[in-house]
Design a protein around this ligand. Sequence first.
Ligand code: URA
Length: 275
Amino acid sequence: MKAAEAAAMIEWLVEMGADEIIGDRPVNRLVAPKPKPEPEARKPAPAPILRPQTVIGEFRGGPLPAQSSGTSDAAQMAAECGTLAEIEQALMRFDACPLKKTATNLCFADGNPQAQVMLIGEAPGRDEDIQGKPFVGRSGQLLDRMLQAIGLSRRGETPETSVYISNVIFWRPPGNRTPTDQETLMCLPFLKRAIEIKQPRLLVCLGATPTQRLIGKSEGILKLRGRWFDFAAGHGSIPLLATLHPAYLLRQPAQKRLAWRDFLSLKQKLNSDAH
Ligand code: URA
């Protein structure tokens, strides 16, 4: 292939949204797989080993997959953490989540750990993966402007004027694909422990994934947004507001008015129950 042809192909791939290399060798996925040769004599399949299955929750109308060893390791490691810094260190040691293999950086949290408000997004994208911080790309810039409009900022110096931001998933899914249930279940114990340790006054979930995962409901975000729920953390519960994800607002700017209503509700809640 000539250099100009190769360059044109790469350009086409980038336009199609492929913005990273995830394997050493190219794979032609359009070629039909070769049929596997029939085994000469079929041996009877070994009896399956039956293990007790722990179903750990209901999601999108069906049970979640059984708890894998990765998820139970995650739960144990998270439970042993006593500070946010320890959670970040534990995530650096935690190797069971497949997303870690293709990500550039761990993306745990940003903002003021003393902030009264904690925001939770879905998963890091390309810019977040490069910088190792949540919401630093285009949707993060929109989020910063929305927060600024109600007097909050991740750089705010006081608990009343600042926010702390994290995600359900801590490593970028390759090509921004939707994380699998198992990947999500491996990250959730760390997020839940971070909430327990930080004890924010208010939680804000950006989009369907964090909302559904934290409150255990399967309705769509357009039904859930604008509503306050209770998130059980440790001995108490934390008010949780569901709102729209800024990336959705970039695609559907007309919906910004709904997000604006939600942010006003957040501001009102902050002012009305001021500590
Ligand atoms: N979208 C998210 O949900 N989280 C980020 O950190 C960036 C974009």
